[in-house]
Design a protein around this ligand. Structure first.
Ligand code: NI
Length: 139
């Protein structure tokens, strides 16, 4: 039987939504307050879900400390207190939306989790606010 286990992490980061090739007016039209030239921040909540079969010996799917360390090393250290448009190598050239960030986090985590812990990465859910989130299953 397959079980799903989720680790929650939080970080805060700044961003701005804009396209260089668009005028200030068009950026403001499309992105509203998120186009503010002087940036703004969010307190993000990240939910990382892995799946697999429970160990007979421990009753665990994984040692959650291992998952915590992988998320810390590959994601939180790169994003927390950073500017998503300027500071994050894996977001270079991408729009700093919740959707793009969620997909990029999935890609960043997939190999380390599957290689080092030996379970499948099922999903990454990223909340930009309490009410708004994106989820990615790697499809
Ligand atoms: Ni925003």
């Amino acid at each position: 039987m397959v079980v799903y286990v989720t680790r929650r992490e939080t970080f805060n980061a700044a961003h701005r939504m804009y396209r260089e090739e668009w005028s200030a007016e068009k950026n403001e039209d499309v992105f509203g307050k998120c186009a503010n030239p002087n940036w703004h921040g969010h307190n993000y909540t990240l939910l990382v879900t892995v799946k697999g079969e429970v160990s007979d010996a421990t009753g665990y799917l994984i040692d959650l400390k291992q998952l915590k360390v992988i998320i810390q090393d590959h994601i939180i250290e790169k994003l927390d207190h950073k500017n998503l448009n300027l500071d994050v190598d894996f977001m270079t050239g991408k729009m700093a939306t919740t959707e793009r960030l969620c997909m990029a986090i999935f890609t960043q985590l997939k190999t380390p989790i599957e290689r080092n812990i030996g379970v499948f990465l099922h999903s990454v859910r990223l909340h930009e606010t309490e009410n708004n989130s994106a989820e990615c299953f790697g499809e």
